[in-house]
Design a protein around this ligand. Structure first.
Ligand code: ATP
Ligand code: MG
Length: 221
């Protein structure tokens, strides 16, 4: 079994998340992608929508896709969740793990708890965000990467216009795939701002999520 893991605050979940989970599943033949909403991410500001609402929105967003599931491992409201604990839990259950994340999040991974150990448990699918030059991003990652002594080695995809760059984790069986999927220039921050400004977020989130936001009065001034 190949299992994708997509952690996030999902405040709210949007088409960028769904598209990147779907394209990762197609490209790597994943059997399941778990969306893992985090109640209290260690790095992020407090505030935003409560975890119960974020969970409900993710549930309704993924309902129609049998490949997508939700994990409740990070929803404890009273303490920060660490990705390493989540990945260890999945690792115990078996299967080949692929942690999916945007290149913005991956660039910060050295500051995550036990980041080095993560590279001994799963592969990474790192997704470009608009404006990312894949070759430059890969070169920089290989040069500057410093998660608990982890070293990356460029393996392929350095051609101009490459849509995938492969980096091996030195001394481990795992791989970091830097991928350019169809890039959607949308973020939860932008959607929250649009809500506050009274702008329409139609088509940036699934219809059911838009209705949920309206019904619950989320992201208003
Ligand atoms: P925020 O603006 O609040 O940071 P976000 O849109 O980045 O929200 P998160 O919940 O922080 O959403 O993201 C979860 C994961 O999805 C992260 O790894 C992030 O890089 C990735 N991601 C978010 N939006 C996109 C997008 N449009 N394309 C590709 N990856 C994305
Ligand atoms: Mg983010």
């Amino acid at each position: 079994m190949k299992i994708g893991l997509l952690g996030g605050t999902f405040d709210p979940v949007h088409i960028g998340h769904l598209n990147c989970a779907n394209q990762a599943a197609c490209r790597f033949g994943l059997d399941t992608v778990f969306f893992i909403p985090t109640a209290v991410p260690p790095h992020k500001r407090k505030g935003g929508a409560p975890i119960a609402d974020r969970l409900a929105m993710v549930k309704s967003a993924i309902r129609s896709n049998p490949l997508f599931k939700i994990s409740r491992l990070e929803i404890a409201p009273d303490r920060p969740s660490y990705t390493i604990d989540t990945v260890r839990r999945f690792h115990k259950k078996g299967g080949e793990l692929y942690y999916i994340m945007g290149v913005d999040a991956f660039s910060d991974i050295y500051s995550w708890r036990s980041s080095g150990e993560l590279f001994s448990l799963c592969n990474f699918i790192v997704v470009s965000r608009p404006g990312t030059d894949l070759r430059n991003a890969a070169t920089r990652l290989v040069r500057e990467f410093r998660a608990d002594g982890i070293k990356l080695r460029l393996e392929g995809g350095q051609a101009k216009n490459a849509v995938e760059v492969v980096m091996r984790v030195v001394g481990s069986q795992f791989t970091v795939y830097l991928c350019r999927f169809t890039e959607l220039d949308v973020s939860s921050t932008q959607i929250r701002r649009m809500g506050v400004a009274g702008e329409s977020i139609k088509y940036l989130v699934p219809e059911a999520v838009e209705q949920y936001i309206t019904r619950r009065g989320l992201y208003l001034k």
